[in-house]
Design a protein around this ligand. Structure first.
Ligand code: FES
Length: 206
């Protein structure tokens, strides 16, 4: 597998590795695809909402470590709203590209940063803990990246319908039969949704 020099640099000497004692925001996420884990710790200025310090710990692979390294660099000094906008694409561009097969590894790092920000907001009464709804499903679908273009399936308008009825997540996709990523996309959707206790069944039609 071909990694860019930037990915290798961040993997060999990752920035912001470690832990923050008594963090203001914290998230630990595991990848459903590989089982690896990453944690992100935040120190946030309560007056300005600026991320003053950020650290990560990862048990993931080179793509995951390099992405966590670059997004923690990008997030430091930004407000929580700005940091939440850091996308998988922006991280991949800043690393001069990531191999598509390793997409889930870098998405995991980006998701963990967003969850740590969310944790800060909930703990500081800036947001309510979310109730499960159809919107939760759509938010999860926005994390499913279509490998060929590196954008999520919602942005790419591949989701014709997403709903939630009686514990069943119903997703209708627009992906041609001959598309070689068809099964991967469906599998990734399942991996993103199946850990929600509210979801008893997942129905994907294409
Ligand atoms: Fe697990 Fe990359 S293979 S994070």
């Amino acid at each position: 597998m071909q990694y860019s020099q930037k990915v290798l640099d961040h993997f060999m000497k990752p920035h912001n590795v470690g832990k923050i004692e008594n963090p203001d925001g914290l998230a630990t996420e595991g990848s459903p695809a590989c089982g690896d884990q990453v944690s992100i710790f935040l120190k946030v200025n309560p007056d300005t909402q600026v991320i003053e310090d950020i650290k990560f710990q990862s048990y993931g692979c080179a793509s995951n470590i390099a992405t966590a390294s670059i997004i923690t660099d990008m997030a430091k000094g930004k407000t929580i709203d700005e940091a939440r906008q850091i996308s998988w694409k922006a991280a991949a561009d800043a690393l001069d590209g990531l191999p598509p097969v390793k997409m889930h590894c870098s998405v995991l790092a980006v998701d963990t940063l967003r969850k740590a920000i969310r944790d800060y907001e909930v703990k500081h009464q800036l947001a309510n803990a979310e109730e499960f709804s159809k919107d939760t499903i759509i938010e999860e679908l926005k994390k499913v990246i279509y490998p060929q273009v590196g954008e999520d399936i919602v942005t790419l308008k591949m989701v014709k319908y997403a709903g939630f009825e009686d514990g069943v997540a119903i997703i209708d996709l627009e992906i041609p039969k001959f598309d070689k990523y068809r099964d991967n996309v469906a599998e990734e959707i399942r991996e993103h949704l199946e850990h929600y206790p509210e979801i008893k069944d997942i129905k994907i039609t294409m």
